[in-house]
Write a protein that binds this ligand. Structure first.
Ligand SMILES: [Cu+2]
Length: 149
């Protein structure tokens, strides 16, 4: 009995002392391939701000020739339009979501060997030189967004 209780206390102390969730990191990354070959794919993810403000400069993957940061908006005449953005601010300890109908990374000239069901490695580069690697799940154009957790 006593031993079990002591073990629980140690576990709780370890979790509390772990500062990992306060570091800048990227989670829940996924890619929706285009419905038509040759059209760009889109990558979505959530950036979790660290202890200081950060600025995302680029997202890249070796299977796409070019990647741009985009932001979708409602178009004046109805429908959606998207603009390229040069950088995205990630305030300290805030979540910045890249999600359908909002911000995304657009992947141009994706290697046709990339198929739904796999994963792709991405590198996220920030203005202070930080580079974070994260793997994204790949889904088909018509698939629902994956549920994480
Ligand atoms: Cu786009």
């Amino acid at each position: 009995m006593f031993r079990a209780a002591a073990a629980l206390v140690v576990t709780a102390a370890t979790l509390t002392g772990c500062a990992q969730e306060e570091q800048l990191y990227v989670g829940d990354a996924w890619v929706r391939l285009a419905a038509v070959d040759g059209r760009p794919a889109a990558a979505y993810f959530t950036i979790h701000g660290g202890p200081t403000d950060a600025t995302l400069l680029s997202v890249s993957t070796e299977v796409a020739v070019r990647t741009e940061l985009h932001e979708s908006k409602a178009a004046a005449g109805g429908g959606m339009t998207m603009d390229a953005v040069r950088q995205v601010a990630v305030p300290a300890l805030q979540e910045v979501r890249f999600a359908p109908a909002g911000r995304h990374a657009m992947l141009f000239d994706v290697n046709p060997a990339v198929k739904p069901g796999g994963t792709l490695p991405f590198i996220f580069t920030f203005a202070d030189g930080t580079r974070i690697e994260q793997t994204a799940r790949v889904i088909a154009a018509g698939d629902p967004a994956p549920a994480f957790k």
